[in-house]
Ligand binder design. Structure first.
Ligand SMILES: [Zn+2]
Length: 406
């Protein structure tokens, strides 16, 4: 015998399940009619109709003009509502902050970035800069915000707490979601930037089920995707490629160890080896100033820059060969600054992988540039909010804003 409360709870669970099923079916293939959705999901037409009306009421789904067939009742195609709740992505990196709004269909509806050497600013100032930028991008998009994800270049535990950011002083243990939550009144959580970039890559290239996204900035991180799912590690700390030792007697790293990969292939190391001014020279308000100089020097064929990039590519390739031998991942995706440097890095990385991966003759690895370019982390942060809305983990905007994360 079930009590009234139990029956009502189980009815709610069924409704939620049905809502999720219909929403996912519309996301997977837009323009399905109610009848087609019933056929696809196995739900009755009456159930689909009631769920569809509920989703339309919540602003998640929109109806297009009816397709009039030769006979019978017109079928009304349903799509995810491009003007419905959106995802807000914010990225705080060492030398810039950026913000991006993605709508329910996954389309980027607003983006902005500002450069600054964030190592010299207090976390409070950096976060204020980031939230001000985000507020501008949200206002420009004109969309309601369903939730926010902040991407940071450091260790974020499975509870969403920032545990260690070797390249940003004062960020260890910081509750950076609080300010964003207060400003926008939505559920906010924190994600590692390379993992966020991997999420974006996965959505833009669903045919890539297994890959390692290498995000090169001041630090170097990796986002691992296995069988179509991001792999963050049991505690959330996987992917710290930048701290793989290259030379135990090498230069000291921000993490406290010596000779880590990012001391050889991170942006500062590249600028240094190319004889270009460091990131500290970045003008506030000009995103990617130092990186821009590096790209310009490579594009005009500056020999010292080309040599520095070839050396970095080889060092990356040697380290990646070790990772690929352990994980059996067939594809390396170059993200962050490396996406822009891909024309110069792909060759030397590929040569080292071909020389050093044990599977080279059976299943050679490929090295490709991110489909989203250098902004994949902030786009991925926004996209993961949309994924949560579509999987019903977040209430739609306007509903009571349950808070996720720390
Ligand atoms: Zn290190």
């Amino acid at each position: 015998v079930t009590s009234g409360a139990e029956a009502s709870a189980s009815q709610q669970a069924v409704r939620r399940h049905n809502r999720n099923l219909v929403l996912r079916a519309i996301a997977a293939e837009p323009r399905r009619s109610r009848a087609q959705l019933a056929e696809h999901t196995g739900l009755t037409k009456a159930t689909v109709s009631s769920v569809a009306d509920e989703l339309i009421g919540a602003g998640l789904v929109a109806e297009l003009d009816a397709d009039r067939g030769a006979r019978g009742r017109p079928a009304v195609p349903l799509v995810l509502n491009p003007d419905g709740p959106s995802g807000l992505g914010i990225e705080v990196n060492v030398d810039y902050v950026s913000a991006c709004v993605v709508d329910l269909t996954g389309t980027v509806r607003g983006y902005a970035a500002v450069g600054s050497d964030n190592r010299t600013l207090t976390p409070g100032r950096v976060l204020r800069r980031a939230t001000d930028l985000a507020a501008r991008v949200v206002a420009q998009s004109g969309l309601p915000v369903a939730g926010a994800v902040i991407a940071v270049p450091g260790l974020v535990d499975t509870g969403g707490t920032v545990r260690r950011v070797p390249n940003l002083p004062g960020w260890d243990g910081l509750d950076c979601a609080r300010r964003v939550r207060a400003r926008f009144g939505v559920a906010t959580r924190v994600e590692n930037e390379a993992n966020a970039a991997a999420v974006a890559e996965l959505r833009s290239r669903p045919e890539l089920a297994d890959f390692l996204l290498v995000s090169g900035e001041i630090g170097v991180g990796a986002g691992l995707v296995l069988s179509g799912r991001p792999f963050r590690g049991p505690r959330g700390f996987s992917g710290e490629l930048g701290h793989v030792p290259v030379d135990p007697a090498g230069p000291e790293c921000g993490c406290g160890a010596c000779g880590c990969l990012e001391q050889y292939v991170g942006q500062e190391a590249l600028l240094n080896a190319a004889g270009l001014p460091g990131v500290a020279s970045t003008q506030i308000g000009a995103p990617g100033g130092a990186a821009g100089a590096l790209l310009a020097a490579a594009a005009r064929g500056d020999q010292r820059t080309l040599g520095a990039l070839a050396d970095a590519g080889r060092t990356l390739g040697v380290t990646l060969a070790g990772v690929l031998n352990v994980l059996d991942v067939p594809t390396v995706v170059l993200g962050g600054l490396y996406a822009r440097l891909a024309p110069w890095l792909q060759g030397p990385i590929g040569e080292e992988l071909q020389r050093r991966t044990i599977t080279r003759a059976i299943a050679p690895a490929s090295v490709i540039a991110s489909a989203l370019g250098p902004d994949s982390a902030v786009i991925g942060a926004a996209v993961s909010v949309i994924d949560e809305v579509l999987s019903d983990a977040l209430p739609p905007a306007g509903a009571d804003s349950r808070q996720a994360g720390a």
